[in-house]
Design a protein around this ligand. Structure first.
Ligand SMILES: C[C@@](CO)(OP(=O)(O)O)[C@H](O)COP(=O)(O)OP(=O)(O)OC[C@H]1O[C@@H](n2ccc(N)nc2=O)[C@H](O)[C@@H]1O
Ligand SMILES: Nc1ncnc2c1ncn2[C@@H]1O[C@H](COP(=O)(O)OP(=O)(O)O)[C@@H](O)[C@H]1O
Length: 269
């Protein structure tokens, strides 16, 4: 069985307080975008194997979130068969696009279907929250407001149909933990939901709190955002903890020149 875990972008991201458990409370709108990995799982009678192709995933394959998802379910369903798992990695890694979290959540959904576990989304999101703060979002995989450490999801009305998305990743690695450590939490002045309903307010008011601490240290990332605006984006921002930056356009944008080393994708939503 095969599935295609997709990336996300964050529309606004407030880091509101530091919690006792070391995490931060946040408020963000997460939106799935059509930039995908491919994940295949086949029942194997001999042993569980995990292989990858495409972009190189850092770290020991044993620590991959997909295997962690398998082990998590196996604890509660000890009779799960062995699996031959293959991941083709296409979503830039450590890029604020949630690719690892998407792989883990899609792995849970895939195993639920493959093994007829009949787990509903509530339980799948509970499992997903054990794998990462961003993971539960990818279970239903529709635009949501995420609160708490990212696992408390609320529906949001958002119509981006027809919008052209330009996504740039300059390949600057920013660790999520370090990015959070660089931010001074603060309650937002205006509620995210109030800004989201009116696109004309986005450019001036829809803020990703990580930009304030990351842009001064990485002017190259700030310059990408600026260039997207110069080329007619109605909104541009860094996604999550970076370093990916996206621009939203009403019309298909003209040719923009980016450094050859940059990852660059353009899609109509
Ligand atoms: C910043 C965001 C915004 O959507 O996305 P990315 O930029 O990673 O894609 C997320 O909060 C990333 O969530 P995720 O990548 O799942 O983080 P986790 O694995 O749960 O946590 C990694 C580390 O980030 C910090 N962390 C994460 C989430 C949170 N609400 N507060 C935190 O302080 C913690 O130090 C934690 O040890
Ligand atoms: N399937 C996976 N794909 C990508 N990264 C993974 C995966 N499993 C574990 N990881 C680890 O998670 C880290 C960040 O993952 P990723 O989701 O790409 O970043 P971000 O949270 O910035 O969107 C990587 O450095 C990698 O070591």
């Amino acid at each position: 069985m095969i599935s295609f875990p997709n990336a996300k972008i964050n529309l606004g991201l407030h880091i509101t307080s530091k919690r006792k458990d070391g995490f931060h409370d946040i408020e963000t709108c997460m939106v799935p975008i059509p930039l995908c990995d491919a994940l295949e799982m086949i029942i194997d009678n001999k042993k569980t194997t995990f292989t990858t192709s495409g972009l190189q995933v850092p770290g020991d394959p044993k620590d991959n979130l997909i295997l962690k998802a398998y082990q998590l379910l196996k604890k509660d369903f000890p009779n799960l068969p062995q699996l031959s798992i293959h991941l083709h990695k296409n979503i830039p890694i450590g890029a604020g696009l949630g690719g690892g979290s998407a792989d883990a959540a899609f792995a849970l959904n895939l195993m639920n279907n493959l093994f007829d576990l009949i787990l509903d989304d509530f339980f799948l999101e509970e499992y997903a929250a054990k794998l990462g703060s961003d993971c539960p979002f990818f279970i239903e995989n529709t635009a949501k407001i995420a609160k708490g450490r990212g696992e408390l999801l609320e529906p949001v009305e958002l119509d981006l149909k027809g919008t052209h998305l330009v996504l740039i990743n300059p390949g600057i690695h920013i660790g999520t933990k370090e990015a959070y450590a660089g931010v001074t939490p603060a309650a937002p002045k205006v509620k995210l939901e109030a800004i989201l309903v009116d696109k004309s307010r986005w450019k001036d008011e829809l803020v990703n709190d990580f930009e304030k601490s990351i842009f001064p240290n990485h002017p190259e990332i700030a310059a990408i955002k600026e260039k997207l605006y110069e080329n007619g984006a109605y909104y541009a921002a860094m996604s999550g903890s970076g370093s990916s930056v996206f621009g939203l356009f009403d019309e298909k944008p003209g040719q923009m020149d980016w450094k050859e080393s940059y990852f660059h994708v353009e899609v109509k939503l």
